[in-house]
Write a protein that binds this ligand. Structure first.
Ligand SMILES: NC(=O)c1ccc[n+]([C@@H]2O[C@H](COP(=O)([O-])OP(=O)(O)OC[C@H]3O[C@@H](n4cnc5c(N)ncnc54)[C@H](O)[C@@H]3O)[C@@H](O)[C@H]2O)c1
Length: 245
């Protein structure tokens, strides 16, 4: 890998495991300096140590405004003002729309919607001051379709797409781009079914396989880099064609 993210200072949330951890590895390999954040301290700190001088870790609850301010200040102290925010952290549960526990619903919406909005709102002044930046929000195939048992999670991911588009309009004049990634089934993540997809699920994917974390990271690199300089407010579907029919 090369230096496609040379000069980029990125905050990656939910970086202790799953896709976030892969994004952190790939971003560092591409030359970025990265602040990894997560609720899971041991795994996050271990990954940052493995990645060396270009990586730091901080405990961070994305639904806390104070935590966001602390992360943004620590990133500035370590590397300088962040010019990339990868809003990757999220919560997931599924079940029939009329059977979800109200407190669980409130918590998921708080983390996935409010937490994503907090990140956008707290980083915007920093990026504005730095002359621009790229914000990448993790939505989902469930944010583009009605999927069985995905009403709550899906609602949160539809909201992330809406936030992305409106924020892109508001922040575009400041040189801040805001885009969404909509993954389908990505293997070896906390949200993937243990043991992988069954035959019927694989048959519904035109490319007949799950995606890999690395394939999503490469899309995130593109959206973080200047290669995507004229792209904002866009949905970037990465699902092997699952959402086509
Ligand atoms: N895995 C998939 O197939 C898939 C598909 C579509 C979209 N996504 C989205 O991609 C993103 C990453 O998914 P993943 O499968 O790698 O997830 P994962 O469950 O493996 O990792 C999510 C991470 O977020 C952290 N986290 C949860 N709540 C947090 C909070 N309040 N503050 C800070 N960190 C918090 C967790 O500790 C965990 O490390 C999520 O936004 C998810 O909704 C995943």
């Amino acid at each position: 890998m090369g230096g496609r993210l040379q000069g980029k200072i990125a905050i990656i949330t939910g970086a202790a495991q799953g896709m976030g951890a892969e994004h952190a590895r790939v971003f560092v390999a591409e030359g970025a300096q990265v602040m990894l954040t997560d609720l899971q301290e041991a795994a996050g700190a271990a990954l940052a140590a493995e990645l060396g001088a270009s990586a730091r870790f901080m405990r961070h609850d994305i639904s806390s405004a104070d935590d966001w301010d602390a992360v943004i200040a620590a990133t500035r102290a370590a590397f300088g003002p962040a010019n990339v925010l990868l809003n990757n952290a999220g919560m997931y549960f599924i079940g029939p729309v009329d059977e979800a526990d109200p407190e669980r619903v409130r918590k998921l919406l708080e983390v996935n919607i409010y937490g994503t909005w907090l990140g956008i709102s707290r980083i915007a002044p920093v990026m504005r001051e730095a002359g621009g930046g790229s914000i990448i929000n993790l939505s989902s195939l469930a944010g583009n379709h009605g999927i069985p048992w995905h009403a709550i999670y899906g609602a949160s991911k539809w909201a992330v797409r809406g936030l992305t588009k409106s924020a892109a309009v508001d922040l575009g004049p400041s040189g801040i781009r805001v885009n969404a990634i909509l993954p389908g089934a990505i293997a070896e993540t906390g949200m993937a079914p243990p043991g992988g997809l069954d035959e019927a699920q694989l048959a519904a994917i035109p490319l007949r396989r799950e995606g890999s974390k690395d394939e999503v990271s490469r899309l995130a690199v593109f959206l973080a880099s200047d290669d995507s300089a004229y792209i904002t407010g866009s949905d970037h579907v990465i699902d092997g064609g699952r959402g086509l029919w």
